[in-house]
Design a protein. Structure first.
Length: 189
């Protein structure tokens, strides 16, 4: 019984990734180009996430500032800290950091695997700083989508289970990292 349940986790994850591959490939390519444009123009990528998505933001910043699969100079990326001291809630901490560190030409990469209710406010702050925005989101149907600009990109993984969305976000991070490396360095031999 337990083995079947475990196998079902694999099958569900694989099915989701197969289903979204075609729909997300174009917006992923656009998002990767946005990131390359920001970085090569002297901008930075600020990553952010609330709750468990903060770990995805940190991971993505590490892939950019460190390396993915090819050796390259570090790229200007940093994860914002949702747990910064002195703030009543993590969203307030992120808003303050976007205001402090975000500049015109920078890009906010927001991970939103579970509805937090704060994404709209974070997007508005980023737009106020004249930043571009890429949002990796889940199936929740939140009001914040109305705050997306035509120049923003949403990479939406339509699934009701948080675990499946989080798994897909990790793959999307790898796809973005690979696409950035290919554009900057060429394909690995």
């Amino acid at each position: 019984m337990l083995e079947q349940r475990i196998q079902q986790q694999f099958f569900e994850s694989a099915d989701l990734l197969y289903q979204v591959a075609e729909n997300l490939s174009r917006p992923l390519a656009v998002a990767a180009q946005m990131m390359v444009d920001a970085l090569t123009a002297g901008g930075r990528v600020l990553t952010a996430g609330l709750g468990i998505s903060a770990a995805d933001a940190t991971y993505m910043a590490s892939l950019l500032s460190g390396r993915f699969e090819q050796e390259r100079p570090g790229l200007a990326a940093m994860a914002l800290d949702a747990q910064a001291q002195g703030y009543a809630d993590p969203a307030s901490a992120l808003m303050r950091q976007i205001q402090t560190f975000g500049h015109p030409g920078d890009l906010l990469l927001l991970f939103e695997a579970q509805a937090s209710g704060a994404a709209g406010a974070l997007l508005q702050v980023a737009h106020g700083q004249e930043m571009s925005v890429i949002v990796l989101s889940g199936a929740q149907d939140d009001d914040w989508r109305a705050t997306l600009l035509d120049t923003d990109v949403q990479l939406r993984v339509p699934h009701s289970r948080f675990a499946r969305v989080a798994e897909a976000h990790r793959l999307l991070s790898h796809c973005l990292s690979d696409a950035i490396d290919v554009q900057l360095l060429g394909a690995a031999e």
